[in-house]
Write a protein that binds this ligand. Sequence first.
Ligand SMILES: [Zn+2]
Length: 240
Amino acid sequence: MSEINQLNYRELSEQQLTGQCNEHIHYLTETVGINIDMLQAWIDMEEAANKEGISLAIASGFRSAQRQLSLWNAKFCGKNNIKNLAGENVDTLNLSEQEKITAILLYSALPGASRHHWGTDIDVYAANLLPESTKLQLEPWEYASDGPFASLTSWLREHSKSFGFYFPYDKYRNGIAIEPWHLSYMPLAANYQQQLNVILLQQTIEQFDILGKNTIIEYLPVIYQKFITNIANNSITNNK
Ligand SMILES: [Zn+2]
């Protein structure tokens, strides 16, 4: 692990860090892109998984702030449903803006603050384990010990760490919901996370055409603590 921690990395510009450009992204397919400095680690892990009969695949890699913004606004205005932890639709009629923002953040990152902006974070599945004529849902049951991706989950738990990857949303911490499909490339992401602070986020949000803007900015320090830094520990941030 120490070798991985000492990896040379390029700092991201503020534009890259907040998803406003994609110069740090290498596209594996037309739609799936990952951080250039993570490419080799991904290839190594993919090959190792393949040898064990798991066709490791990326459902979602880099996501731009613009994309995250349209997801956000669609939920905020009621065009798309907001789900609670039980998977039920939230009735937003009597919610304050602050409550609505908190409800959205359970499953959707704040535009500008998504780890998917960095290209270090990927939602993975096993293409060969997805039952025929079934669509990937990215729901926890698929990754559970009785779900189709059970062997993927146990392989990743045992081996992803040796390639530098970990699960930032391994359990619910009263912030973001559990995401057993979301892997993060720690040698890069831990550094990017330290670059991303409340001031930069506020400057970013101010430029966005985002619904709930004033309330988001008012509660940004709380959002930052509850939904951005409130994740599984990783060794780099532990040491500082
Ligand atoms: Zn994700």
